[in-house]
Design a protein around this ligand. Structure first.
Ligand SMILES: [Zn+2]
Length: 123
């Protein structure tokens, strides 16, 4: 029982994948679409789980770190591959640090194209 809120934003960045055979080993860009889902079971006096405005600001703050950058130069992606899977986990952790205690990140979906996305979640 509880509520799930979801906000969507996007960022543009370049990356390449190390130790990968195929198109993604060469430097190229994506317009990534990111869906952040949070969950909680208690509403405030206003009837909100968390203000959408705040949620959008949290996601934007995290994506601003990645936007218009070469991801391979930004920690932790200078060490771990900037795959959509790893980007989703990064956003999950960074968003979690910025959220009020009343909500938890449930999942982060990272779309690298219209037809392919990676979702990170923790049990
Ligand atoms: Zn790629």
């Amino acid at each position: 029982m509880g509520w799930i809120l979801r906000v969507i934003d996007s960022f543009s960045a370049a990356h390449f994948l190390r130790e990968y055979q195929g198109a993604c080993e060469n430097l190229h860009g994506h317009n990534w679409r990111v869906e952040l889902e949070v969950v909680g079971d208690e509403l405030d006096e206003t009837g909100l789980l968390v203000d959408f405005k705040r949620l959008k600001a949290v996601l934007k703050e995290v994506l601003d770190v990645l936007d218009h950058r070469l991801l391979n130069e930004i920690p932790p992606f200078d060490r771990v591959n900037p795959s959509s899977e790893n980007i989703a986990r990064f956003i999950f952790c960074e968003a979690g640090k910025r959220l009020p205690e009343s909500v938890k990140v449930k999942s982060v979906a990272v779309w690298e194209s219209d037809r392919a996305c990676a979702v990170y979640f923790e049990d």
